[in-house]
Ligand binder design. Structure first.
Ligand SMILES: Nc1ncnc2c1ncn2[C@@H]1O[C@H](COP(=O)(O)OP(=O)(O)OP(=O)(O)O)[C@@H](O)[C@H]1O
Ligand SMILES: [Mg+2]
Length: 474
């Protein structure tokens, strides 16, 4: 379908209305003119016929053919519209006529039924167009009849010339109307067009645009409402900008706080680990040495056995404390690096839980890795492996660590039953922070954290962290 704009629609509507009006008027004029001309023709025909009827009755009574002939010929010649005149006797036989040759075929029977109660005119069609045939009796039909044929040819020519004039005038008016229609449609649509232009400009981002000086009508009202709307848009935008800035600042602060919290937590863990290793372990070792000396010196066997058992318990506690110290802050992470630390952790984990954990890495070690990034990776491996043991019946775990486009990509997949939405929500309601903590650690380092369901239906954690070298953390 053709798409028209408002201007074209108004233009076409005005022109269509004008043309419909012209056609309607033309038809009315043509119709009334035709009727008028026909009536006039019949009247004139009637007058002629009456005149001949009155004049010719005596001639006919005295059988003066010549006088009748003279009368009708003269009348015929004087009136252009008269196509023929016939005088008939009382038996409807032709007495005289004006046809130069014989009578046209069928003319007598075409109008023979004279009745004083009905119209005495009848339309006969001929090869020259319609003819109004008027019949008038002579002396109340006792002497005969006069028939006068009035041709519509001239009347039609007159109507045709008048209609041609009307058509020319209509065309001139239509031409003028086209100009007026164009002008009116322009006047109506140009303020709307201005509005459209400004609206497109604003939607393209230029909020300073306004619609200028539009008249005090509905479009003017629309324009001022539109301008007010644009002002409001700027205000709202400013408010959104301010809110966004505040939000960004808060987000920055939150990230900073989380980072600080994590670093404080790690410092604390390191301190406790060192304390456990340096102080508690040393004290326990001295205790064990003392116990052994005491046990060796004990006279009573029962007492000695008791001391040996106590020493074994102390040795057990020492082992647990050392494990705890390592768990809190594995020295290997600081000494050798994240890859070695993960390897060691997985080795111990496999022994402890008797589960199949495979580790794939594309590098032997990542040297000079930023401490926070290294810690994040190590803690995520720890938390994910513990989650598998804690929450699933998984028998296989796959850990992968690769370097890709200056990013460290860590994946941990298991063949367990996957994270159930309801369980996850429940854990959140209980303030469990394992997964949340992993996510935060990654996000403060500008990394990405994703949890998926893997092909086996188990869980897959994908972490990507920027490869930041030591001392280059912003
Ligand atoms: N590998 C996994 N397979 C299936 N479900 C898991 C897995 N990891 C986590 N979940 C589910 O997601 C929940 C949230 O885990 P999240 O680590 O946040 O908390 P948690 O392990 O329950 O407690 P927290 O880690 O704080 O000691 C868990 O309670 C568990 O239902
Ligand atoms: Mg957990």
């Amino acid at each position: 379908m053709i798409k028209l704009n408002i201007r074209q629609k108004i233009f076409i509507t005005i022109l269509a209305s004008l043309f419909s009006l012209a056609i309607l008027l033309g038809w009315i004029i043509w119709d009334s003119l035709t009727n008028m001309m026909r009536e006039d023709l019949i009247n004139r025909g009637n007058n002629i016929a009456v005149h001949i009827s009155e004049t010719s009755s005596d001639y006919i009574l005295f059988d003066d053919n010549y006088a009748v002939h003279q009368l009708i010929t003269e009348t015929y010649e004087l009136n252009e519209d008269v196509r023929y005149i016939m005088v008939l006797d009382s038996n409807s036989a032709v007495y005289e006529h004006t046809f130069s040759d014989s009578l046209p075929k069928g003319i007598i029977s075409a109008h023979s039924d004279y009745n004083e109660n009905t119209s005495n005119a009848k339309t006969i069609s001929s090869d020259e167009g319609a003819i109004q045939d008027i019949i008038v009796p002579i002396e109340d039909s006792e002497v005969g009849y006069v028939r006068v044929g009035m041709s519509e040819k001239q009347a039609n020519q007159y109507i045709f010339s008048k209609m041609t004039e009307l058509l020319i005038v209509t065309l001139i008016v239509a031409l003028f109307a086209t100009g007026v229609a164009y002008f009116i449609s322009r006047r109506i649509t140009s303020p709307i067009q201005r509005l459209v232009d400004v609206a497109s400009g604003i939607s393209a981002g230029d909020l300073s645009l306004r619609v200028k000086s539009i008249k005090n009508d509905e479009v003017g009202e629309l324009a001022s409402t539109f301008n007010a709307m644009a002002d409001n848009l700027i205000n709202s935008n400013n408010q959104i900008d301010t809110l966004l800035k505040q939000l960004q600042e808060k987000e920055k602060l939150r990230s900073k706080l989380i980072l600080q919290l994590l670093s404080v937590q790690e410092d604390e863990r390191r301190r406790i680990s060192r304390e456990l290793h340096d102080e508690t372990s040393q004290a326990l070792t001295s205790l064990m040495v003392t116990m052994r000396v005491l046990a060796n010196e004990a006279k009573d066997e029962e007492q000695q056995q008791l001391l040996f058992t106590s020493r074994d318990i102390a040795a057990d506690i020492l082992r647990q404390i050392r494990d705890l110290a390592v768990d809190l802050r594995p020295p290997i992470l600081d000494n050798m690096g994240v890859v070695s630390a993960i390897k060691k952790y997985i080795k111990d984990f496999k022994e402890k839980y008797d589960v199949d954990v495979s580790f794939y890495t594309s590098v032997t070690e990542i040297t000079d890795l930023d401490e926070n990034v290294a810690l994040a990776i190590y803690r995520i491996v720890q938390e994910s492996l513990n989650n598998v043991i804690k929450h699933t019946e998984a028998t296989r775990i796959k850990v992968g660590l690769i370097l890709e486009d200056n990013n460290i990509k860590l994946t941990v997949s298991d063949n367990g039953q996957g994270i159930k939405e309801a369980d996850f929500m429940k854990a959140q309601a209980q303030n469990r922070i394992g997964i949340h903590g992993m996510k935060e650690r990654v996000e403060v380092q500008n990394g990405s954290f994703t949890i998926l369901t893997n092909q086996l239906g188990g869980t897959k954690i994908i972490v990507s962290l920027p490869l930041i070298q030591k001392g280059r953390l912003s």
